[in-house]
Design a protein around this ligand. Structure first.
Ligand code: MGP
Ligand code: SAH
Length: 254
């Protein structure tokens, strides 16, 4: 009997073929980077926000459907996975006030699970972007957009939850070893909390990952008896992005 013997021959590309493959890879790389450059130019991607553009699908899973952001929106929007988990705690709640709604990252997720959202934003251009983005997620009818300064309009607002994600002072916030609440914009965290407290004790603050957690927790003492509080670390792909502090009743089902 003759045993069948398997044999394989590995063909090495010739020098000429290797050169050709290299050239093709280079052309592909160049085309890819030109395509990215064009896409970035179309999407307000300045050098400051390029790194956030690479995270675009973490920011909005429906990015490719036509999501629009401006420069501040790029570096401030709450990544969808975080915004969605923040909102899910209030599933079924009545009215959520998103006091600094930016381009809509949080407002959209609240609108998906709550009855109604009042989204306050001082910059009319961002309100237009948020309204456009809300349409993409099919929740525009559940959000009332208010162009205004939260500190001015707060006395006229009624709601069951107030969500606070104020400006942290730009991407350089992380240069601080300990981010204290006086660094929040446009007013310090203490004043902001008091304004929100006049609306409801159910307050959520989205804060930098280097925030002074003890100082943030102490805001609960502005109420008597002190508000219940829960501090949550928010990660995306295992990387810490921010800290959420829930005051009051974080499992509202109204
Ligand atoms: P980051 O720390 O600037 O980015 O923002 P990244 O990619 O984590 O940086 P690196 O250090 O890993 O290189 C992280 C997240 O914080 C952003 O996606 C926003 O959700 C949020 N964020 C950042 N800024 C500057 C602000 C802000 O000013 N206000 C609010 N509300 N959120 C912000
Ligand atoms: N959570 C938002 C991002 C908020 S960034 C999102 O996911 O898209 C903070 C926003 O607060 C910015 O858009 C800024 O224009 C807005 N802002 C700053 N001062 C304000 C004020 N006094 N009242 C309302 N909005 C304000």
């Amino acid at each position: 009997m003759v045993a069948a013997r398997a044999s394989s021959v590995v063909l090495q590309p010739t020098r000429k073929q290797r050169k050709l493959l290299k050239r093709k890879a280079k052309v592909r790389e160049k085309r890819k980077s030109m395509k990215e450059k064009k896409l970035k130019e179309k999407s307000n991607v300045t050098p400051l926000v390029t790194k956030y553009w690479f995270q675009r699908y973490d920011l909005f899973s429906k990015y490719d459907v036509g999501i629009k952001l401006d420069e501040e929106g790029w570096f401030s929007v709450t990544p969808e996975e975080i915004a969605s988990s923040q909102a899910r705690r209030f599933a079924g709640a009545g009215v959520v006030i998103d006091a600094f709604s930016g381009v809509g990252g949080n407002a959209i997720q609240f609108a998906k699970v709550c009855h109604h959202v009042v989204a306050v934003e001082i910059d009319p251009k961002k309100v237009a972007l948020a309204s456009h983005n809300a349409k993409i997620y099919g929740v525009q009818d559940k959000i009332d957009f208010v162009v205004g300064d939260f500190f001015q309009v707060a006395p006229f607002l009624k709601g069951d939850v107030v969500f606070l994600s104020p400006p942290w002072g730009g991407p350089s916030y992380k240069a601080k070893e300990n981010f204290t609440l006086d660094l929040l914009k446009p007013k310090d965290g203490h004043s902001l909390f008091q304004v929100a407290q006049a609306i409801t004790p159910n307050i959520v603050m989205f804060l930098p990952r280097n925030v002074d957690v003890l100082q943030a927790s102490e805001l609960s003492w502005l109420s008597s008896p002190p508000l219940d509080i829960e501090v949550e670390e928010n990660l995306v792909h295992g990387r810490l992005k921010g800290i959420t502090v829930y005051f009051g009743d974080s499992k509202l089902c109204l």
